[in-house]
Design a protein around this ligand. Structure first.
Ligand SMILES: [Zn+2]
Length: 258
């Protein structure tokens, strides 16, 4: 029975480590997916900026052509001035030239505005591109680190499974199944000692008869309160206090309770 408890303790450590690794492994990709999310958000912004830039460039082009037409028209009107014969003709032409000049000026102003907007968007584009590059590098670095970690962890899990397979033969499979569930639900502690009639797992006082049954070491017994496997552990204390019992009977009971 002693070797069985030792086996269970060993099994407990193996299973607890494996459960922890499996949990960590599950949580591993979370950080990475956060970074991927940021990355895709910035890529979307960049794509939008690029579309806007294309539109602005098209607008600029048509404004530019309009300006050229306008300048040409103004030049022609100015040339016509040389051939003007009447005051009426002069006034009409002069007004047309002034209108053209005003239109030309407005177009130049619009062109300037659009150039400024293009510059701003180009800056945005550059910023987004460099940010994406940085995040992409970080993401890649993290992905590789994570892949290596995952490989290590998976390897260790395999080792632990092998160790488990070396221990479990000969053990009752239902008991092992129950034991594993207890380890999972009780933060890795599936087997505990009874000391002074108390379960050291849940600190509940156990019935005397039950403690005696555990002490007999005939079969694996589970704590009726916390379900952990129990083993008896006060033999060494009894040995230590044995001389006191002979010297002053009953004192051992007092000491044992400490
Ligand atoms: Zn208990």
């Amino acid at each position: 029975m002693v070797t069985l408890f030792e086996k269970l303790k060993e099994l407990q450590d193996i299973i607890h480590e494996r459960f922890n690794l499996e949990r960590e492994l599950e949580e591993l990709p979370r950080n990475l997916s956060k970074k991927a999310e940021i990355l895709s958000r910035f890529k979307k912004t960049l794509a939008e900026t690029k579309i806007k830039l294309e539109e602005l460039k098209k607008q600029r082009q048509s404004l530019y052509y309009e300006l050229q037409d306008c300048s040409l028209r103004k030049e022609n009107l100015e040339k016509q001035m040389d051939n003007v014969k009447t005051q009426k003709e002069y006034e009409t032409l002069d007004k047309e030239i002034k209108d053209s000049a005003e239109k030309e000026q407005n177009l130049r102003r619009e062109l300037n505005n659009i150039d400024r907007e293009i510059d701003l968007n180009k800056e945005e584009e550059k910023k987004a591109e460099s940010f994406i590059e940085t995040i992409q590098e970080e993401y890649e670095e993290e992905r590789q680190k994570m892949a290596a970690l995952e490989k290590d962890m998976t390897g260790r899990i395999g080792e632990l499974q092998n160790l488990e397979a070396q221990i479990t033969p000969g053990l009752d499979s239902d008991m092992v199944f129950k034991f594993k569930r207890i380890i999972r639900s009780k933060q890795g502690i599936g087997i505990v000692a009874i000391r002074n009639g108390v379960c050291t797992g849940c600190h509940m006082i156990l019935p005397m008869q039950f403690v005696n049954d555990v002490r007999k070491n005939e079969r694996v017994m589970f704590c009726p309160y916390c379900s952990r496997v129990l083993y008896f552990e006060s033999d060494q204390h009894e040995h230590r206090f044995e001389p006191l019992v002979t010297e002053a009977g009953g004192l051992a009971d007092v000491l044992e309770e400490e």
